[in-house]
Design a protein. Structure first.
Length: 121
């Protein structure tokens, strides 16, 4: 399996989608799925892939859940949003607005903010 450019050609990668459906059906732990994906592609590509996966109606839920697991792993590693921007190759947010990378960046920012705010009953 290859993830390169899959966010643009996601619907063409049926083998990967079927594998993800299999992992969902057999309740694989999200961290185990992420580990497998990062064995076959760099983490940056996996992150962009998961962002694109959320645009496929039948895969939206698993894409979101995997992305939240990845975000939690990043948070535990103390990855900042600046670290993520550098890893994604974002030099200026204003120049990348509306791209998968910028959406991913802002969703991670929101994730971090939610973790900082006290939860309300």
């Amino acid at each position: 399996m290859r993830l390169k450019n899959t966010s643009a050609k996601l619907k063409e990668n049926q083998a990967l989608l079927e594998w993800l459906k299999y992992t969902e059906a057999y309740a694989w732990p999200r961290a185990k799925i992420l580990d497998r994906l990062t064995e076959i592609a760099p983490e940056k590509e996996v992150a962009i892939f998961l962002q694109g996966l959320k645009n496929v109606p039948s895969m939206k839920t698993i894409g979101h859940e995997l992305q939240m697991t990845q975000f939690e792993q990043w948070r535990m590693m103390k990855m900042t949003s600046d670290d993520l921007a550098k890893g994604l190759g974002i030099l200026k947010i204003s120049e990348s607005m509306g791209t998968q990378k910028s959406i991913l960046f802002f969703e991670y920012e929101l994730f971090l903010l939610k973790k900082l705010l006290p939860s309300t009953p």
